[in-house]
Design a protein around this ligand. Structure first.
Ligand SMILES: [Zn+2]
Length: 290
């Protein structure tokens, strides 16, 4: 594999830790870019425009919800069509061979699950589910998508007309001109008429305590923590890296670009995720078969 001497040393450290088994993976948006879902920096390295909608905005007005669902309705197609890449598949292979003990993901795209890692803890929830804020019933996004499509026939086509594809963010939010969203019709909960929200943690909302607790337990039991494709920009993920480092648990970071956890890591690899993980998986399973 190409890369610097530091990358080669990082890859060796990664393989050694995986061989020791009991590795917990913490994944972020960078793991899904090879599946066609842009990360927060986008392919060109530019930041997304505007900030994601907060929980307070979403629950505060119909207009905000209309804007959220219109943009999400357009972005959902890309998320729904995305397939796991070599990185997700390597993680699942390593889990099956016993080298990876658990997966915690900051991603809401469901791609670990799609790769077969059904036990992956979705720290920030998942876009494939929708929750009613009144009766708390959880339903499928695919079902809601059909309802929104019926209520807004031709909307997606209209959006695609004037310019090339709208820019997409990893939370399934497509960037649309403000005027376009005004006529979008949203759908209420079929059971109680309440407000529907994707089953993801919004900015301004906290991750449910039992879920955080579960992640701390996984990190406490880990022999090593491996960060895959996250710049650890938000405390939500960074706290687990700090927790592991404090306990003397080795941390390896695989990410193309600097992260907020770099000074806590024993090794770093700054190469494309899919190739690194496929290579690590090959080496580990060749030397230490299950
Ligand atoms: Zn309801």
């Amino acid at each position: 594999m190409d890369g610097t001497a530091a990358d080669a040393a990082g890859l060796e450290a990664l393989v050694r830790l995986l061989a020791g088994r009991g590795v917990v993976v913490l994944s972020g948006a960078g793991l899904s870019t090879e599946s066609g879902i842009p990360d927060y920096r986008g392919e060109s390295g530019s930041r997304r425009r505007g900030t994601p909608m907060t929980y307070q905005e979403f629950t505060g007005s119909d207009a905000a919800r209309r804007r959220y669902w219109a943009r999400s309705h357009v972005g959902w197609r890309t998320i729904a069509r995305a397939e796991p890449n070599a990185g997700h598949r390597a993680v699942e292979q390593l889990r099956r061979s016993g080298h990876v003990a658990a997966v915690i993901t900051q991603n809401v795209d469901g791609l670990h699950h799609a790769a077969g890692t059904r036990t992956a803890v979705e720290l920030h929830g998942g876009l494939r589910r929708v929750v009613c804020l009144e009766c708390r019933r959880t339903t499928s996004r695919a079902e809601l998508d059909e309802r929104l499509e019926e209520l807004n026939a031709g909307f997606r086509a209209e959006v695609a007309q004037p310019q090339p594809q709208p820019r997409l963010n990893p939370d399934g939010d497509a960037e649309l001109a403000p005027g376009l969203v005004d006529c979008f019709r949203i759908a209420p909960c079929l059971a109680c008429g309440g407000v529907l929200k994707p089953d993801v943690v919004f900015f301004g909302e906290s991750v449910p305590k039992p879920r955080v607790q579960r992640c701390y337990e996984l990190v406490d039991a880990a022999q090593a923590l491996v960060v895959l494709g996250s710049s650890l920009a938000v405390l939500s993920g960074l706290r687990f890296v700090r927790h592991a480092a404090r306990a003397g648990t080795p941390v390896v970071i695989v990410n193309q670009g600097a992260t907020r956890g770099d000074d806590l890591a024993e090794a770093r690899v700054a190469l494309p995720l899919g190739a690194v993980l496929a290579e690590a998986s090959r080496r580990v399973r060749a030397s230490w078969p299950a």
